[in-house]
Design a protein around this ligand. Structure first.
Ligand SMILES: Cc1cc2nc3c(=O)[nH]c(=O)nc-3n(C[C@H](O)[C@H](O)[C@H](O)COP(=O)(O)OP(=O)(O)OC[C@H]3O[C@@H](n4cnc5c(N)ncnc54)[C@H](O)[C@@H]3O)c2cc1C
Length: 335
């Protein structure tokens, strides 16, 4: 594999792997042309903050560098914004705040690109992409045609969309349309306890969306390891959702278990709690481990391989299954 095609600086785990070919996507026509000539398997890369490279990638890697964003229209229902998919998510959140727009503040400081946001319907502090999402454009990798997906077609769920299932690897998302609100008119409600605490600590009684964004940034910086310092890809696992009857049987043996009842009668259990109470928090194995402050985050202490991190995740899954009979699912995409 060509050492000039190293993916090391393109993934937040900082893992070393090479690709057969890397193509920087800077225009729709350039992408279409590249696809015409290509006969390799295709992988799409945004900011590399939600992938685990387990070896060299004997494929064409399309590195998304499509840039541009604009306000499309304003009406009684809000402000419609169009963004090309290679834009950086957090820079876009800051741009929206500077332009007096509300809706993205709780999603501040999530790494990665706009184009990857619909893939797992990114979410944080009670807000998910789907709450402000209108639609997207994506290129069919076989035909080169652009297709518009309505929100319903994306089939968003918890860290899930049709692009992780039936349409996995079939479309390159090129543009996203969001519906934001005028920050002056928007109702800023702070439902999340940790955000409220920070605002109260600063005596902010009538927070602006910028105040909420700053609080979210502060919490995230105190809780999550910075990938520039310690390689990681955020939460490695999803929070499992189980039936009420299954949950009650687990709770009999573990009365302290933390849980959230969901509207459909199922129960969500924080994966971090399960991993921590199965004894993994802060545990290091070789060059990898579960982070000391955040059990859900697996880290590369330096020199780890993707295979090592994958093996650790397998062990954690087996250990949680053995102790609680609950199946953990990986949030991170394995390459
Ligand atoms: C420190 C840290 C904190 C994080 N916190 C959160 C959080 O709070 N909430 C959350 O939801 N996530 C979080 N994440 C995960 C990650 O930031 C998101 O999943 C983000 O959307 C990934 O963007 P990316 O551009 O880096 O995607 P990549 O890692 O490059 O790609 C992820 C997947 O999307 C596919 N993909 C990427 N771009 C496109 C495209 N244009 N078209 C089609 N497919 C595409 C890739 O092929 C891959 O399968 C965190 C990660 C880190 C490192």
């Amino acid at each position: 594999m060509d050492k000039n095609n190293s993916l090391k600086r393109y993934n937040t785990f900082g893992l070393d792997a090479n690709a057969r070919d890397i193509f920087r996507v800077r225009s729709i026509s350039g992408l279409r042309k590249k696809l015409k000539d290509n006969d390799l398997v295709i992988y799409i890369l945004g900011g590399g903050s939600n992938i685990l490279l387990t070896g060299d990638v004997d494929s064409l890697v399309l590195k998304n560098e499509l840039r541009g964003k604009s306000i499309v229209s304003r009406d009684a229902e809000g402000v419609k914004v169009a963004v090309r998919s290679g834009e950086n998510w957090h820079q876009f959140v800051l741009w929206s705040l500077e332009n007096g727009l509300a809706g993205l503040e709780n999603l501040s400081l999530i790494p990665g690109t706009l184009g990857a946001a619909p893939i797992q319907n990114i979410g944080a502090y009670g807000v998910e992409l789907k709450d402000i999402f209108e639609g997207l454009e994506a290129m069919n990798l076989e035909t080169g045609k652009i297709h518009f997906f309505e929100k319903e077609e994306c089939q968003f769920g918890y860290r899930d969309s049709i692009f992780k299932r039936e349409l996995k690897g079939k479309y390159f998302i090129t543009k996203i349309f969001l519906r934001l609100q005028d920050a002056e008119k928007a109702k800023v409600s702070v439902e999340y306890g940790a955000i409220r605490q920070i605002l109260e600590g600063k005596n902010i009684t009538q927070p602006t969306v910028k105040d909420v964004s700053n609080a979210v940034i502060e919490i995230r910086q105190s809780k999550l390891p910075d990938p520039k310092v310690l390689g990681n890809s955020g939460s490695f696992f999803k929070n499992p959702v189980v039936s009420k009857s299954h949950f009650l049987s687990v709770q009999q043996n573990f009365p302290d278990i933390v849980f959230y009842d969901l509207p459909d009668g199922t129960v969500k259990v924080p994966a971090g709690w399960l991993i921590e109470h199965a004894g993994w928090k802060g545990k290091r194995i070789g060059n990898t481990g579960s982070h000391a402050r955040q059990a859900l985050v697996l880290v590369n202490y330096g020199g780890a391989t993707g295979a090592e991190i994958k093996a650790l995740s397998d062990e954690i899954i087996a250990s949680v299954k053995g102790k609680y009979d609950i199946a953990l699912e990986r949030e991170v995409n394995i390459w």
